[in-house]
Every structure is written in C-alpha cells, then in structure tokens.
Ligand binder design. Structure first.
Ligand code: DX5
Ligand code: ZN
Length: 218
C-alpha cells in the first residue's frame, strides 16, 4: 500500500484552522484531528462542532484520533458526521469490537489506538474488525514531544500480525514523527504517518509534507 501522510493540526494555529488545513492540502493525504477531552489525556482541544465545521472546508478527508473517555458513546457521531477514519483508544473502550463495527456501519474506517506501553498481542484477534491500528510513539496529550524508540519493536510485531491476518489494515505512527525518525518507522512497517510539529513548525508546510513522504517511500 502506498504511504499516507496525515499531518496533525494539534500544533497549528487554531485561530486560523481552515487556512492551516488548506496549507497542507495539496501534499497531504488526510488531516489528523486530535480530539482531547481533558479526562483521558491532560489536555483539551476540540470536539464535534469544530470537526463538523472543519469537514465543510477541508479538501482532505478527516482522520479523527479520539483521546477521550467513553468512546463507545461519543465516537460514532464523528463517523456519522463524515469523518473518513475514526480512531479510539483501546484503553478507554468498554466494547471495542461493537464500537469498531458501529464506526464501519456509519461509513468510516475503524481505527484502534494503542498508547506506548499498551501491547498489541492481546488485540491481534480484533484485527479483522479494524481498518487501521494507530501506534503512539509519544504519551498522548501533546505535540512536539520526543519520539519513543521503545515502540519500534511493537510496530514490527503489529506489521507481522497484520500480515498473518491479511486484509488492508493501515499501520499509523503517531507522535514525534519527523525527517529524523520517519525512515525507521517505515522500516518497522508503518505506512501511515502523523506529523504535527514537524509540519507546522516548518515555514513551508507543503514542502515539509512532501519531504516526509519522500523519506517514508525510500
Ligand atoms: C498526541 C497526538 C499526536 C500529536 C503529534 O497526543 O495524538 O497526533 O499531535 O504531534 P507531533 O508530530 O508534534 O508529535
Ligand atoms: Zn494523534
């Protein structure tokens, strides 16, 4: 599968969100929207009303990463609003299989997110219910953190598990992805890359996205 670049708007200027999404649009495949509720993670960003407004102006499909408690209750609404992909944290879900199925039934791709210390092995049998596994390479809550090398073996094992189960399941790397780290992530088996500060700290966002893609495809 071709590499996908999904810049995160977490470190963009929220006062100019539409422009910030437009700035990445020619080069990016998706836009990664980090929803945080100040409970599952110690930060509060945005929720459904802003996601719905963003969907009206974004040329890119929305890749919603829900760092929230009780995703079983709240996640389906993001799919019903038209998000291309809705990813919930396995650590927060009461019934992940039922939730994944409801996201797919609402027309979205179902993603499962794992915090750095959460192993993939207990969830291998869920893979046929999923369209994406998001492996966090930082503790969730903030952009601009250092990439955690510790998760690379888990990326490899997840890629191997996906190969065993077959199916077109994306493996997304999220956190500290930059020109310095993306090649190792691709080598380990990731094929979707979230980059927040590496894109929005750059003067030329479009160029930053293109450079990341070129490195990931090497
Ligand atoms: C962190 C978010 C990530 C973050 C990535 O909780 O899930 O998507 O915004 O930002 P960088 O690329 O700066 O680590
Ligand atoms: Zn994210």
């Amino acid at each position: 599968m071709a590499v996908q670049i999904s810049p995160s708007i977490l470190n963009s200027d929220f006062a100019r969100l539409a422009d910030e999404v437009a700035a990445i649009s020619p080069a990016a495949d998706w836009v990664h929207v980090d929803v945080m509720d100040n409970h599952f993670v110690p930060n509060l960003t945005l929720g459904l009303p802003i996601v719905e407004s963003l969907m009206r102006v974004s040329e890119l499909p929305l890749d919603c990463h829900l760092m929230i408690e009780d995703p079983d209750r709240w996640a389906p609404a993001y799919a019903e609003a038209g998000a291309r992909s809705v990813t919930f944290h396995v650590e927060a879900a009461a019934a992940p299989i039922r939730l994944a199925r409801s996201l797919r039934a609402a027309g979205a791709r179902a993603g499962l997110a794992l915090k750095p210390a959460t192993p993939i092995e207990p969830y291998e049998d869920l893979l046929p219910e999923l369209d994406m596994v998001l492996i966090m390479s930082v503790e969730p809550g903030f952009g601009g953190q250092r990439f955690l090398e510790t998760v690379l073996p888990k990326v490899r094992r997840t890629r191997e598990a996906i190969a065993r189960h077959g199916g077109q399941i994306w493996l997304q790397m999220d956190g500290g992805v930059s020109a310095e780290t993306i090649e190792r992530c691709a080598d380990a088996g990731a094929d979707v890359f979230v980059a927040g500060s590496a894109v929005y700290a750059a003067e030329d966002r479009d160029r930053a996205v293109r450079e990341l893609r070129a490195l990931a495809e090497k």
